[in-house]
Design a protein around this ligand. Structure first.
Ligand code: SF4
Ligand code: SF4
Length: 445
């Protein structure tokens, strides 16, 4: 079990939160509770999927971000930009204009994050995980989901570094003569990648000096182009913006990885589908699958919570762009990769992931069993309609919260309505249900 403290990029903006429960009901790991009218996230359970933020009607959930003013601390400023970022713009903005604007905003070198895909191919990187099906670790939210909810599948997770990390290593190696004052910034489409790259002590942490959120970068580019569009020339800066292969450009789209893997593969996107599939896999580990690509967001990274454009239009632009680049790797880029291969020596695999220690009912086994029985008794007395008005996402979750002394049976508003009149009106809505509080006396203290 790992007890590593993960960085969390999502947070509740308390003054804006109305305690409406939308986020709590959507959270796939039941990480949210409402207390004193405000949402509260249990960081031990949160996997940074951003689903809560997507459904909050009050903009009360936000994602931390680094300021572009951080660039001033560095003399060499590298941007590692996923191809999906370029697909956020419609066809009236050319790739050249976006690149030129990023230089104008202060970056001195640009690398496509997907360059890492080609580096891994050229170096014939091998995964150290041998359990089948191999599960891609490309989506950090899915990796955390498996660590939190599906510990039996942790051994199936790929150990290869993500393309963005490999690209950052490549950039640091190419620019090592400028190491003093070198800052490497990643453009992120989601909270999960921010959290992954900012977790203190992780192998990813030291590769990046800052993270720029997609929506912020998009707005900055649009604002610059609105003022300077006529002047922005389509310069080609081939040295620091190598063209990736077609397969690399499509890597973050659904089937981008699985279509390039040998053997029988499957791609599943959207969190509820991923959870459904992992539940099946946990029960029937003996599938014939060799590789599983799982994306928390719909359509892959184009559906990330920090993207700004309709995911289908973004997918179309990225596919169109990729259809114009060669399938074979550019010879010049290949030579550059081979020149720096010593920088990657024995460093392309990460430590295997471990299950995350999520506090269950109790760390002591005997006490946990006692609390489980208590939770079952409480659950039998609760109305079972999962209304969420108590501040827990379901009656079962409330029963467990009470068993852990983190909530009170008095939070159940249905049990509170004890007058015959109120019960009759409830019966009209929910039907006749037993809401006898037998056996709860001990639990009400
Ligand atoms: S969705 Fe969650 S964070 Fe947003 S207002 Fe409702 S309770 Fe608060
Ligand atoms: S980011 Fe996902 S896991 Fe975390 S609280 Fe929000 S919905 Fe739940």
């Amino acid at each position: 079990m790992s007890t590593q403290l993960f960085h969390h990029a999502l947070y509740i903006v308390e003054h804006a939160c109305k305690g409406c429960t939308h986020c709590m009901k959507r959270c796939p790991t039941q990480a949210i509770r409402i207390a004193k009218g405000k949402a509260r996230i249990d960081n031990g359970l949160c996997i940074e999927c951003g689903q809560c933020m997507a459904v909050c009607p009050n903009n009360a959930i936000a994602i931390e971000q680094d300021s572009l003013s951080q660039l001033e601390s560095y003399t060499t400023r590298v941007a590692i930009v996923p191809a999906v970022f370029f697909a956020q713009f419609d066809d009236s903005v050319t790739l050249g204009q976006i690149i030129t604007t990023l230089y104008a905003l202060g970056f001195t070198h640009l690398y496509l994050a997907e360059t890492g895909v080609d580096i891994l191919t050229v170096l014939e990187a091998k995964d150290q995980s041998s359990s089948l099906p191999l599960i891609s670790n490309f989506c950090p939210s899915v990796q955390r989901l498996i660590q939190v909810r599906f510990p039996l599948l942790v051994g199936n997770l790929s150990t290869l570094r993500s393309p963005a990390q490999v690209t950052a290593m490549f950039a640091r190696s190419e620019l090592k003569t400028l190491a003093d004052g070198l800052g490497v910034f990643y453009f992120s489409p989601c909270a999960a990648k921010i959290a992954q790259f900012k977790t203190e002590g992780s192998e990813e942490h030291r590769l990046f000096d800052g993270i720029i959120n997609f929506d912020t970068a998009y707005n900055l580019v649009c604002a610059y182009l609105a003022k300077h569009k006529e002047a922005v020339q389509e310069e080609t800066r081939a040295f620091s913006f190598p063209v990736c292969t077609r397969k690399a450009l499509r890597w973050s789209l659904v089937k981008g990885q699985s279509s390039n893997h040998s053997g029988r593969c499957l791609a599943v996107d959207e969190m509820h589908n991923v959870i459904e599939f992992l539940e099946i896999l946990e029960d029937q580990q003996d599938t014939n699958l060799q590789f599983l690509e799982l994306d928390a967001c719909a359509e892959g990274c184009v559906g990330g919570i920090l993207t700004v454009r309709n995911r289908f239009l973004a997918t179309e632009r990225l596919r169109h762009w990729s259809s114009t680049v060669p399938k074979q790797l550019d010879q010049n880029l290949c030579e550059r990769i081979l020149r720096h291969k010593s920088a990657f020596y024995k460093n392309l695999n990460l430590e295997p992931a471990a299950p995350l220690e999520v506090l269950g009912l109790d760390t002591d086994h005997a006490k946990a069993l006692q609390k489980l029985r208590k939770a079952e008794r409480i659950l039998a007395a609760l109305p079972g309609i999962d209304c969420g008005l108590c501040g827990s996402p379901s009656c079962k979750a409330l029963a467990e919260d009470i068993a852990k002394s983190q909530a009170s049976i008095r939070q159940c508003v249905v049990l509170k309505l004890k007058s015959a009149k109120d019960l009759n009106s409830l019966a009209r809505i929910w039907g006749e249900r037993s809401i006898a509080a037998d056996g709860l006396k001990d639990d009400q203290a």
